[in-house]
Design a protein around this ligand. Structure first.
Ligand code: HEM
Length: 397
């Protein structure tokens, strides 16, 4: 393929805020395309279900992404840099050394043990929303604080610092931020984390994640801090964005919302279908990898050294399920790529699922008539962060 056939990665422009970037689906309709990212780096975009699984799990594709595709025009990113504790960019044994001890802390059993805590804070926030009265902003009243409190509890960081977590996450992972923004915000967070690390060293055994990293691993302090900061940010930006998108998707699909409200006990599979469909519909390109050797994939030849990204339009691939382009909350079981696939598959998936199930069920049970106060297409969306989400969701009930 010649350079002239490379399309720009569409950014921001969507015909509907819950739909794909303009031109993306058309571009991907006939298989992989090459797109050039705002920092000038071209990358393949793979969007078939089998192709995405290959890119994310085949060792011929590396996660080392320094110099790779980036939403920042300057390419001045820290997220792709190989620095101590940056689990996202490591391959093989180096990756497993960090991942293995952490995955113990995210096992289903541990997440189930957190259910009473999560339910309590969800109920408290819904109580408060009711007391304050309609209209409310669902994002600040509900979507943001719950995941933020939960990840702070899991890490063992005092929750009084919650406003700092939210502010610094934006400062670090906004797509337009420079490296200095990251470093300044990370230093502020480290100011809160270092005393917790010191305390765990003094006290020894502890149930929380910082305690586990301090006492049960060989992690260096700078690795541990980068991991904790990444978890604080990943732990709330992604989940809060997802619950907001779920509410909006249900507002736009009243017949599907009725399915949830008729049988909230099926919330676990309903959450999976909402993840599959909402991320599939948004369908941008992300999760960069680099080909370590020539690979034939989906009818194209990816040369050694070329960059590859994946599009979650793969969640709407008919190979995945029947009527894959439709939201169907009556499905009996759901598979999707929303948490990625392969060695880097989301470490926090069990936690995110637990939170989303409790939040979704409680929200629509407690406020059965919940409705947007303005039409969804008129709402403002955040396109300056790694996670696409509504800035505010004004609701009435
Ligand atoms: C709905 C919520 C979430 C979504 C959609 C999501 C999505 C993802 C995806 C797609 C990946 C794979 C990245 C890649 O292959 O390059 C990933 C990795 C990761 N996620 Fe999540 N995530 C969510 C929630 C969370 C939570 C709550 C946490 C932590 C508490 C978390 C921590 C991580 C970490 C640490 C990784 C890197 C794992 C590794 O590189 O081995 N995520 N996530």
């Amino acid at each position: 393929m010649t350079e002239s056939a490379i399309l720009p990665v569409p950014r921001d422009q969507r015909a509907h805020p819950l739909g794909p970037p303009v031109g993306m689906v058309e571009a991907l309709g006939h298989g992989p395309v090459r797109m050039v990212w705002p920092n000038g780096v071209p990358a393949w975009v793979i969007s078939s279900y089998s192709g995405v699984r290959t890119v994310l799990s085949d060792p011929r594709f590396s996660s080392m992404r320094e110099g790779g595709p980036d939403m920042r025009a300057s390419g001045d990113t820290i997220i792709g840099e190989k620095r101590p504790g940056n689990i996202n960019v490591l391959d093989g044994a180096e990756h497993m050394r960090l991942r293995r001890p952490l995955s113990r802390a995210f096992m289903v059993k541990k997440m189930n043990a957190m259910r009473p805590f999560i339910q309590r804070i969800v109920d408290e926030h819904l109580d408060e929303m009711e007391r304050s009265g309609a209209p409310a902003d669902l994002v600040s009243a509900f979507c943001l604080p719950i995941p933020s409190l939960v990840i702070a509890e899991l890490l063992g960081v005092p929750t009084e610092h919650q406003p700092l977590f939210q502010a610094t996450a934006r400062g670090m992972f906004g797509v337009d931020n420079a490296k200095e923004d990251y470093l300044r915000n990370a230093a502020e967070l480290a100011g809160v984390l270092v005393p917790v690390v010191e305390a765990r060293k003094r006290e020894g055994a502890s149930d929380d994640l910082i305690g586990l990293m301090v006492n049960d691993t060989d992690f260096e302090l700078d690795e541990l801090l980068f991991l904790a900061i990444g978890l604080l940010a990943a732990g709330h930006e992604t989940t809060s964005g997802a619950i907001g998108l779920f509410a909006l998707t249900l507002f736009e699909n009243p017949e599907q919302r009725a399915v949830l409200q008729a049988d909230p006990d099926r919330v676990d599979v309903i959450v999976e279908e909402l993840l599959r469909y909402s991320q599939g519909r948004l369908g941008g390109a992300a999760l960069a990898r680099r080909a370590l050797e020539e690979v034939e994939l989906d009818g194209v030849t990816i040369r050694e050294g070329e960059w590859v990204t994946v599009s979650l339009t793969a969640n709407l691939d008919e190979a995945l399920c029947e009527q894959a382009g439709e939201l169907d909350l009556t499905r009996k079981s759901v598979t999707h790529l929303g948490f990625g696939f392969g060695p880097h598959q989301c470490l926090g998936a069990n936690l995110a699922r637990t939170e989303l199930q409790i939040m979704l069920r409680s929200l629509f049970t407690r406020f059965p008539d919940l409705a947007p106060a303005i039409p969804v297409p008129q709402m403002e969306f955040r396109t300056d962060s790694i996670t696409y989400s509504a800035v505010e969701i004004p609701v009435v009930w």
